[in-house]
Structures are given as structure tokens and as C-alpha cells.
Design a protein around this ligand. Sequence first.
Ligand code: PGA
Length: 366
Amino acid sequence: MIGLILDELGFGFAGYFREIEIEIEIGDREITLSELRVTVPTIPPPMAVVSTSLSGATAVTGQLTQFSGLRKSFLKLDNSNHNSTQSLFQNVDSHLRLASSNKGCRGVVAMAGSGKFFVGGNWKCNGTKDSISKLVTELNSAALESDVDVVVAPPFVYIDQVKSSLSDRIEIAAQNCWVGKGGAFTGEISVEQIQDLGCKWVVLGHSERRHVIGEDDQFIGKKAAYALSQGVGVIACIGELLEEREAGKTFDVCFKQLKAYADAVSSWDNIVVAYEPVWAIGTGKVASPEQAQEVHLAVREWLSKNVSAEVSSKTRIIYGGSVNGGNCAELAKKEDIDGFLVGGASLKGPEFATIINSVTSKKVAA
Ligand code: PGA
């Protein structure tokens, strides 16, 4: 793996790259990148990285197409011989990575987005006063990487207990909220109330609310808009059912759900998108890193096309569905995976800490 930090090579990264040529020699291997054109959306991120994994070529001349701040894959591939002119990026699995300047990171951060890694623990309808007290004690004593936003979502009835005992290092989310201002809505909990208890976030559009309780896209969009209008951040879940994936409708479903949020909200500043394929939730059947990355990239591109390039870069797109201490590192390495929403494994303090700390696997040797 070779990581090139372009501004360390003297190109800086204050604006746009045009028509430059880079030659790299590694032992007797030589790589030339020519006509590199990089267009950075709106606000240039702090650092750009071209990272390549060599796959056997001894001399490769790269003809790079225009980037729009996101990766583009190259369609032609010529493997005929080592001296052929071919895209470096066809042959060596490469990406333009726009990295965040997360504090405490040494090396390169393999993140396409510019937002900070974000890990949420969704406790769902689990726990008792005693078990939650034990979980809070475990979380309070865990050593957590500093460059991660960490949030837990206890059941409503335990939010107060958690708020008064959990370290401030971890923020609190509600698992749901009412669609507007509180009042005569028996059994509902308003945004004002969760805020009163100290919640900074609310999880909305979770598949269990969509498919078990029957909330639809528009209702969820309205909830998101109201929560945001009151200053509460939204963890906006999307994701397809197994039959939708099998019918090839994954992107259609996710884009439709995203559109409902986009139609309702006026700002994406306080939204984290959680891609949670329904077939992976609570099933132990995690999406492969490639499956997750494919959808995350599509979501980022959808945001770029339908909202703005800036929102696409800044919005954290986190993955949820059977994430655990054993699979988080491989998932975290994918550049469009900006964190996780964790159910079952978030009920075990040490394992949740391992998932939070998987941010370290985003660091690629430069
Ligand atoms: P899981 O749940 O990690 O138990 O699959 C994830 C979620 O529902 O957010």
C-alpha cells in the first residue's frame, strides 16, 4: 500500500489540481500519473490523499479522469503487459480520499467524507435499572479514542438515569420522538421532553419503526424536520428489506427514503445518515464491507447530486446491522463508512468500546 499525501509532495491543497504529473519510483518500479484533474467541492477539505495498492504492475502510466471530490471508478482495463498505457486507477484499486483532520490521528485517514467518525449504540427496548447501571460503569471506564463522536440511545425511561451517571464524553440520543410539539398525544414523547432530559440526538426512521410500527417516509421526514428545528440532531436511518435487495431495488429504496428526509428538512448540518439493511439487523448476518461500501458511496453521490457537494462531503454515513467487535475493523476501513449504529453489541461495554475504537483501522500507513 502506498499513500501519497499530495500536499506533502508540495502541491498544497488549497484549491484545484489541474494537469500535473507525478512520477514515483519504488525500487525499480515507476509509476507516472499524468493529467490529474481534481475538482474539490465548495469548501476544500483539509487534506487529499491519493492512495494506491499496487497489484503487480511495474510501470503504469495513469490517465486520470475528472474527480468531483468523490471517487469515480474507471471502466477500461488493459492488462496486456506491464508497459501498456493504462489507468493507474484501473489496475491498482485506487481512490481519491478526502480526509478529515481528526485530532489525534497520525497517518492518513481513509475517509471519503470530511466528518468525524461517529458510533451510536442503540439499546432498543432492552435493560433494567441494574443492567443499565452496569453498562454505564463499563462505558465510563472504557478507554475511547478521542477522534470519535459517541452516542448511546437508552430506552426513554432510563434516559435520566443514564444522563446523570454516564460520562459527558458520550452523548445521549432518544430512540424516537413525536412528530411535532408535545400536547395531547397519549403515549408519545416530545422533542422538547427529550431535550429537557439532555438528549442531543434522536434516532429516526429505524427499520423497526418503519416495518413493525408502520411509520412511513413522510411521517419520518416530518419528525426529522421538527427535531432539527428544535436543535436536536437526527440519526436518519435508511435501508432495504431482503426481498428488495434480491429484486435489485436497494438503491431505489434507499434513495426514496433519503428523498423523504431531503424534502422535509432545510439543513443537513445536524444529520447523520445510518444505512441499515433490514436483513442485517439483529440477524448476525452483517453486510460485507463491499456491500456496505457500495451503498454508502451511492448515498454520498445521491447527496452530492440532490443536496450539495458540501453536504455530501460533510454528512457522516454510518453502517448498522450486526456490527460487532469482530467485524467492525474491516468495515471501518471502507472509505465511505464513517462509523456505526450498533444494536446488540452496544449492550456490552467492552465490545462497544472496541467498535468505537475501530476508527484506528481507518488510519492507513502513509
Ligand atoms: P444490530 O442492530 O446491531 O443488533 O443488528 C442495529 C440497529 O438496529 O441499529
